[in-house]
Design a protein around this ligand. Structure first.
Ligand code: NAI
Ligand code: A1CAB
Length: 274
């Protein structure tokens, strides 16, 4: 399904590249995608990989875009957005930045109110992302549909009614892939400490994650029931889970995720000021 949606990315880093990979030549022609980045190497890579248009400075392409995706770090957002003001008229502005609130983007854009704030994640790279998103009042039906189509090009979407929930979404799915990788790293290390090779440990840990996650996605039972089915009384899993409980692993994960959400809020407060 291709349409003629013209999309400009401000920032062509990791997340932008993941999104462009799902969009270019799929949702819209590669020639309809434009990336502005100050890093010439990133631009050259994107240009080569996807055949999109690139430039090191904001130019007239921006004014002709339907959607402007803000994909720089929260710390850079205010300075970058200030440069966009003369070029933003009716476009949809779609931010993927952690923390930065729509109200601050709108103020920096001199009252522009067609903003969709999103939180994607890196499995977008393989079309398996999930994005939490919320729209401001000035977003039209068509713009909302365009935002949804852009994020669906790299996975699933979950729309929120309340922007405050974006920080919890960031804590669950935005940062979430890193927790999974951390858990896999721990399993790989344990495998090696117990005598398996790195290659064996790698295969066993990753396949276990993929298989268990797919089972959880497909099963009609809650994950707690799936866990109980692995856990024989007096058996090996019971020994492992008892050790985790004794070390407070579950509470530690909960605390960590609350820290991520709090950091999202703090980023908004710190980098969303005038
Ligand atoms: N990496 C992740 O897992 C996720 C990141 N995000 C958000 O995505 C945004 C981008 O993150 P990443 O892609 O990971 O960062 P990144 O550092 O890979 O990309 C940022 C890009 O912005 C460019 N840039 C910096 N100043 C600029 C300017 N003045 N004009 C144009 N381009 C400029 C940099 O050269 C860089 O290529 C962040 O706001 C982050 O919160 C959201 C969800 C997940
Ligand atoms: O760590 C971060 O701040 C970004 C947002 C979610 C994932 N990476």
């Amino acid at each position: 399904m291709q349409n003629n949606l013209k999309i400009s990315f401000i920032g062509g880093g990791n997340m932008a590249a993941a999104l462009i990979g799902g969009l270019a030549g799929k949702l819209t022609a590669a020639g309809n995608i434009h990336v502005v980045d100050i890093n010439a190497d990133s631009l050259a890579k994107l240009q080569q990989q996807f055949g999109i248009k690139t430039s090191s400075e904001i130019d007239a392409t921006l004014a002709a875009s339907d959607v402007v995706v803000l994909a720089v770090k929260p710390q850079q957002m205010k300075g970058v957005v200030a440069q966009l003001v003369p070029h933003i008229k009716g476009q949809l502005v779609l931010s993927i930045a952690a923390g930065i609130r729509a109200v601050d983007l709108s103020r920096w854009l001199k009252g522009h109110n067609a903003i969709v704030r999103t939180m994607p994640n890196t499995p977008a790279l393989i079309g398996k992302g999930i994005t939490g998103m919320v729209a401001t009042e000035g977003v039209s039906k068509e713009q909302r549909a365009a935002a949804d189509a852009i994020m669906r090009a790299v996975g699933e979407t979950v729309w929120l009614d309340d922007e405050k929930l974006i920080d919890p979404v960031t804590a669950v799915s935005g940062s979430g892939p890193a927790y999974v990788f951390y858990f896999i790293e721990a399993m790989q290390q344990a495998a090696q400490e117990m005598g398996l090779t790195a290659e064996q440990g790698n295969a066993l840990a990753i396949s276990t994650f993929v298989g268990a996650a797919q089972l959880a996605a497909q099963a009609s039972d809650p994950v707690a029931v799936l866990r109980e089915r692995v856990t024989s009384k007096g058996g090996t899993t019971y020994a492992a889970l008892s050790s985790m409980e004794a070390s407070g692993v579950k509470q530690s994960i909960i605390n960590a995720m609350k820290a991520a959400a709090a950091r999202g809020q703090a980023l908004g407060e710190e980098f969303g000021q005038d």
